[in-house]
Design a protein around this ligand. Structure first.
Ligand code: S3P
Length: 184
């Protein structure tokens, strides 16, 4: 995918449990720029995601997800951070939208076992996170597409601050500098 944004839109992608929302929040705070969490926006407008899956099925959720991404992208400031849900980047139409808006896509990568233990430890309800074998297959199917991102960062460590440091370095290389601060 071409990467041509002068003040980038940093888009975090990856499997469930990769830390997209947490790191998105930390990164936006560190860079003092806006954050949009696509799933939070969807939930704010349409209600909880598990209920959307139950009432409209996965295809109904994907249609809402695409519509919401299409709606959000034109109005986003640069720089900004956008955290996507784990399935959003898998939809070709969403990848086209990100490309059209010259987004810089960052894949937060981690082995399945690490992600699975985070998913099972979390209280967050995830409609697709049922059976371990099914989830592993989904991970294996999806990972080659995640690797189409412009950048891949290792997000397997337990300390989000370490990944945050890598993200901030990457943002610096892309021309976004964090304002001087004593603490996060
Ligand atoms: C999904 C991941 C979820 C959420 C929805 C579908 C997926 O977001 O968008 O349940 O298809 O992987 P997280 O990746 O933040 O859990």
């Amino acid at each position: 995918m071409p990467n041509r944004s002068p003040a980038p839109l940093l888009v975090l992608i990856g499997f469930m449990g990769a830390g997209k929302s947490t790191l998105g929040r930390l990164l936006a705070r560190q860079l003092a720029c806006p954050l949009v969490d696509l799933d939070s926006e969807i939930a704010r407008i349409h209600g909880p995601i598990p209920e959307l899956f139950a009432s409209r099925g996965e295809s109904g959720f994907r249609a809402i997800e695409h519509h919401q991404l299409d709606h959000i992208l034109p109005g986003l400031a640069r720089p900004a951070v956008l955290a996507l849900g784990g399935g959003a980047f898998l939809q070709p139409a969403n990848r086209e939208l990100l490309d059209r808006h010259a987004a810089t896509v960052i894949f937060l990568d981690a082995p399945f076992e690490v992600l699975y233990s985070r998913i099972t430890d979390s209280t967050q309800q995830r409609p697709l996170a049922g059976d371990c074998d099914r989830l592993r297959r989904l991970y294996q199917q999806r990972r080659p597409t995640y690797l189409l991102a412009h950048h891949t960062l290792d997000a397997s460590g337990g300390d989000p601050e370490a990944v945050l440091t890598s993200l901030v370095h990457l943002a610096n290389r892309l021309g976004v500098s964090a304002p001087a601060r004593d603490t996060l």
